[in-house]
Write a protein that binds this ligand. Structure first.
Ligand code: PNS
Length: 163
């Protein structure tokens, strides 16, 4: 019997962007099951609560097969073991991402030799894109519709209005 290949795609997802969605679509071509895992206790103060971030991801992946959405706290390697994941997916946009990503991958490998980190590159049109840039743009009235799905844009605008 073939073992199911499971990957986790962990992150803050505050909020999910087209760059994240691009990575998820690539990940499902390689794995049988992809779990998008929202980190609960990130050091930054997030714009969206964990539940809101999960909701937005669920909406964003509704048409992508074999994707689940979950959250985790504590060490990533422990979470990976708890869901029987063999791999961690991380997006690599530019050289500037590399140092931090390498450090994280090597720490995770030290903690669990069997857990493989797979780096995927998003489409080059998303190279400069991240959630912080999107929030910053929106804060100053910039157009973000080419970076996030419409329902995410709506929620960002709502957050900023209610703040
Ligand atoms: O989207 P982000 O903020 O770059 O995601 C970073 C995240 C959440 C994947 C990373 O901080 C993480 O794995 N945190 C869990 C704690 C952990 O396992 N740390 C050890 C690896 S350095």
């Amino acid at each position: 019997m073939k073992t199911e290949r499971t990957a986790i795609y962990p992150g803050s997802f505050d909020p999910i962007t087209y760059g994240h969605i691009d990575i998820i679509k690539r990940a499902v071509t390689l794995f049988d099951r992809v779990i998008v895992a929202v980190a609960r206790n990130i050091n930054k103060s997030p714009m969206f609560t964990e539940a809101e971030r999960r909701e937005l991801i669920l909406e964003a992946v509704r048409d992508i097969p074999r994707v689940e959405v979950d959250s985790f706290s504590g060490l990533l390697v422990n979470y990976a073991q708890s869901v029987s994941a063999q791999a961690v997916i991380r997006g690599l946009r530019a050289i500037s991402d590399f140092e931090y990503e390498l450090q994280m991958a090597l720490v995770n490998r030290k903690l669990d030799e069997s857990l493989v980190t797979v780096f995927l590159m998003p489409h080059e049109k998303y190279t400069y894109l991240n959630s912080s840039i999107v929030k910053e743009l929106a804060k100053f009235g910039g157009e973000v519709s080419c970076f996030v799905p419409p329902f995410v844009q709506e929620q960002i605008v709502k957050k900023l209005r209610d703040a």
